[in-house]
Design a protein around this ligand. Sequence first.
Ligand SMILES: Cc1ncc(COP(=O)(O)O)c(C=O)c1O
Length: 402
Amino acid sequence: MNTSSNLLANRVSEIEESITLKITGLAKTLRSEGKNILAFSAGEPDFDTPSHIKESGIRAIQEGKNKYTVASGIPELKEAVCQKLLRDQNLTYSSDQIVISCGAKHSIFNVLMATINPGDEVIVPSPYWVSYPEQIKLFGGQPIILQTTEETGLKITPDQLEKSITPKTKLLILNSPSNPTGMIYSKSEIEALADVVLAHNIWVLSDEIYEHLIYGNNTHFSIAQVSPEMKERTILVNGWSKAYAMTGWRLGFIACNPDLAKAVGKIQSQSTSNPTTCAQWAGITALNGSQKAVNDMKAAFDERRQYTIQTLNTISGITCLEPFGAFYAFPNISQYFGKSAQGGTITDSVTFCQFLLEESLVAVVPGSGFGAEGFIRFSYATSKEAIVEGLNRLRSFVEGLH
Ligand SMILES: Cc1ncc(COP(=O)(O)O)c(C=O)c1O
């Protein structure tokens, strides 16, 4: 008798393992075999958490802040989040509209659990962050993937959105700046999408986790800023992982209408309970303390971004739109389909990445994992030296294809 197939719920077979973590795992295995792997697959800053934030977490532990807190987060942190939203977005929220969770991924999971009934449709622009469709499916929802092209900057258009809305549509997920493309929606693009949303009875989950990583003269604009009506329909998600290099602390938040916040708090009270107590106190320091470290990290990312994009576009057969946010480049590599590497013929982004890893020891993530066949995701959240060497290896790899 096959016991595990009897044991597992059907929903497990309906979801995929994260491709990003899979590639990172393969790269680690090759590295443990002594291979000099250069990995551009990670979705986290290579910097350590700034020291004043680390010290604040340590202080909290030493002061005995080691007990359960209110399941939806400590009032002091909710207040700091309200202040942050007022300061950065000029948005007024009260504490009963904020829920602190164990990372933005957990926040999104909770929101989907609180809003999706089986059969509900959720619109997901592609390329998308890997977890959106899989989390939607976990709750019996149907991801409606909107394909985009380089002509529209890998972003959806209002017309496309309008056509995809049905009576079953519950949510649109917007992610600007985007993982994996690094693209950002401008204020006018967001306003045009908001017009469509407001003409229908749908909600927007706005994932703003890369808010602080925006380059050049560009600025972040949240769809909640469009109007009070749009704010009412927005579930704003953000967190500490990317801006403050706090991926391991597991801290994120939502800001939304009080009824949904209460529902999410109730779900959390029956699942994880509160996010780790010392992480919450450190989260206050991150928001209220000096932002110099954030700006320093951003400047370093920007330098690497410029080098990466310029270099990628000098490699024959590769084209890469300029990303203005996050820490990813998303080059088009489809011109190599049908060409042969030592390991075999490149038929898709997965075989491209597999041969690149095996033959040139460079780890990048196939676009198909993000719903975008023909592309790869190259994370420049790693040292400049590694980027220089990695792009040299990529160039030699593609020059060797025939
Ligand atoms: C677009 C996007 N949203 C959410 C998350 C989750 O972040 P957190 O570490 O806060 O769970 C990530 C992390 O990779 C992300 O890229």
